[in-house]
Design a protein around this ligand. Structure first.
Ligand code: UT7
Length: 334
């Protein structure tokens, strides 16, 4: 038999059609955390730029925050849930190995049996999701794809660990990726460096954690200094490569929205990229902390809400984190 399998192709171009955010209700200032880690508000602000962060309450689950951000993104896109063909949720804090949270989000939103799966690429997860969604729409396997970046990192934070307690936080951001007349999402530049797996990881896996005499949550750990060096030097190159692949120069850029890891990393990347003064730089970390997969859509939403960027502007996104995984692309702001 020599059956011929039909091929599909989708839209010639894709864009972000809508953007939404959910910021948890509980604001946690540095003062609340410093005693347990022998630190100070001044040290935290100087070394990370963080003034406060938000921790989710019991009711603000990964699913609940995802749905709230998604509804806002769908509203801006002018789409009903039934028009969503696929839901991609980027997260490392849906603390249920299976099933994924994406089908639950798709169901609660009211999609009609949308394909739904989670992506585990830590702080690079949102940019991975956007890249997948864009290629799915161009490849013809979906028309409209919802991409969510969501974390409840407070669940896996050891609040007595000086290296992580003050950095990580909770929240959700979402975008709808769909067909467009002009390119609105540039080629992705992505990769991983598994040689540095241990730089950011959970202390042990679930089996090891449960086998301990005094079982504890497998908390998040980070070699902060090493990650800082890698991020500050290597990620500017990845961001530049994304600009080059999109054929966009720094002079054409309106906004720079890196993963909100540390204000000093953002500043170092902006210097290395030689961004012109007029480029808006996302600094949501000051208010929101480092929300891993959620940080880029949250930071972009803040720039829009503050009037620093507007619809049609060109923004450079770069996500990086555990893996070590990274992904960057140029996008048009919806
Ligand atoms: O989201 C995924 C990607 N993540 C990142 O990109 C995060 C990258 N890393 C970082 O953001 C930074 O490394 C941290 C903010 C985590 C730490 O800042 P640092 O400037 O790298 O601090 P350090 O570990 O080099 O410590 C500097 C000093 C040390 O004291 P001495 O040896 O200079 O006397 C530490 O003992 O600060 C001390 N220190 C602290 N002091 C107060 C370390 N942690 C603390 C603390 N509070 N929490």
């Amino acid at each position: 038999m020599s059956a011929t399998i039909a091929s599909t192709s989708g839209a010639p171009h894709t864009a972000i059609l809508g953007l939404g955010a959910y910021r948890p209700s509980r604001v946690v200032g540095n003062a609340e955390l410093v005693d347990a880690i022998d630190s100070s508000d001044e040290w935290i602000q100087q070394r990370s730029g963080i003034k406060q962060r938000r921790f989710a309450t019991e009711d603000e689950t990964v699913q609940m925050m995802s749905v709230a951000a998604s509804r806002a993104a769908l509203e801006q896109a002018g789409l009903a849930a039934a028009q969503v063909d696929a839901v991609i949720v980027a997260t490392v804090t849906h603390l249920m190995q299976t099933p994924a949270v994406a089908p639950a989000v798709a169901h609660e939103l009211g999609t009609e049996h949308a394909a739904a799966f989670d992506v585990s690429a830590a702080c690079a997860g949102f940019c991975h999701g956007v890249a997948l969604a864009s290629d799915m729409v161009r490849g013809g396997s979906a028309k409209n794809v919802l991409v969510v970046g969501v974390e409840r990192l407070s669940d896996i934070l050891d609040l007595s660990d000086r290296g992580t307690a003050f950095i990580f936080a909770d929240g959700a951001g979402a975008v709808v990726v769909g067909p467009a007349d002009e390119p609105g999402i540039g080629p992705v530049v992505w990769g991983s460096d598994g040689e540095q797996l241990d730089m950011i990881r959970q202390r042990e896996d679930w089996r090891e954690a449960l086998a301990a005499d005094d079982p504890q949550m497998p908390f998040l750990m980070m070699e902060g200094k090493a990650v800082f060096r890698w991020a500050a030097f290597e990620m500017a190159k990845v961001a530049q490569a994304a600009l080059d692949r999109a054929g966009v120069g720094v002079d054409d850029l309106d906004a720079f929205v890196p993963h909100q890891a540390n204000m000093r990393i953002t500043d170092a990347m902006a210097r290395a990229l030689r961004l012109p003064e007029r480029v808006a730089i996302a600094r949501d970390i000051a208010e929101q902390g480092n929300t891993s997969a959620a940080s880029i859509p949250l930071a972009l939403e803040r720039l829009v809400a503050d009037g620093e960027v507007k619809s049609g502007d060109t923004a450079l996104l770069v996500g990086f984190g555990a893996g070590l995984a990274y992904a960057a692309q140029v996008v048009k702001v919806p």
